[in-house]
Design a binder for this molecule. Sequence first.
Ligand code: CP3
Length: 332
Amino acid sequence: MSLIEKVINKKETSQTPIWLMRQAGRYLPEFKKIREKNPNFIKLCLNENLVQEITLQPLKRFNIDAAIIFSDILMLPYGIGQHVEFEKNFGPKLGELKDVDLSNMNEDKFVKKLSPVYNSFKTLSGHLQSKNKSLIGFTGAPWTILVYMLNKQSPKKELDSNLRDISENKKIIKVIIKYLKIHIKNQIKNGANIIQIFDSWAGLVENKYVGEMIYEPNAELVEFVKSLNVPVICFPRDTNDYIEFVNEVDPSVISLDYNVDIKNIVKNIKVPTQGNLDPNILLTNKDNIKKHTLNILENFKYHPHIFNLGHGVLPQTDPIMVDYLVNLVKDY
Ligand code: CP3
């Protein structure tokens, strides 16, 4: 059993494992080199050899406890037939959802389209098992996927008008959940030890719709992942009540953003936690990184905790600072 699985299953607190959201990617020169030669991001996510190489890049550099598959939450809209591309210095650009012919989509077609992703899991899983490290699979949460499918790009700080029709949203979320379950099932079948569900835009939902748009869809997926005997980490970024989220959704682990009051969390949340160093701290200096990291470690000393950031590693991050952070946690 890997260290992360010990924290989750056995509530181990003597050693704090660490991995980082977005650990494979934009801040690593060896990734940028591959990316330059592969301008089509979706194609890159479907290239089994390169996915394997990129997924393992951070493990070659740092003493981290898990690999997260190099892929994207937008492989789901791609899989059901929505146009998805990534434009340099802009981010994702999606086609119109109304152009997607869902009556012509089914489980077999979807799995066939994403089969290179599942093959990558198979190869990586064998490799990591022998090193006793976890292989993390992931998806977006239904709400966050819906945001991209309707908004067709990353949203601004507030909710666009095309996301305010709640009954229409609920219809699309049903379809998203159907394919998310297929996507999750195939990741697990091919070796994912843990699933993380990214609800990156949970914070955009008005309070009165949090039940329908955040809690219920996440709870349905959590129950599904647990039924496959795999732990599930939820990351409802910027949601206004993590304690209520845990009570309603019951994830195996709750991943915290960097705005939460961790003392209050330790007091009121029973499930293992993950997080929550502000990724901007990694852009400062070693003394400051040490101060903030030790503060998190002290607060979670008696609570099962997986060290991570409160959101993804920023592109401007110096890998030397990441190495410094990982060693701090490992030497604690
Ligand atoms: O964590 C990892 O190292 C694994 C790979 C991973 C990627 N995306 C690769 C990627 C993971 C876990 C994701 C999740 C993801 N993708 C989320 C949830 C996490 C979060 O950041 O909130 C979201 C919202 C997306 C959608 C997405 N993909 C956006 C908005 C962008 C463009 C901006 C950005 O963050 O770079 C992407 C592109 C993307 N996904 C890149 C990588 C390495 C950059 C691609 C490039 O080189 O241009």
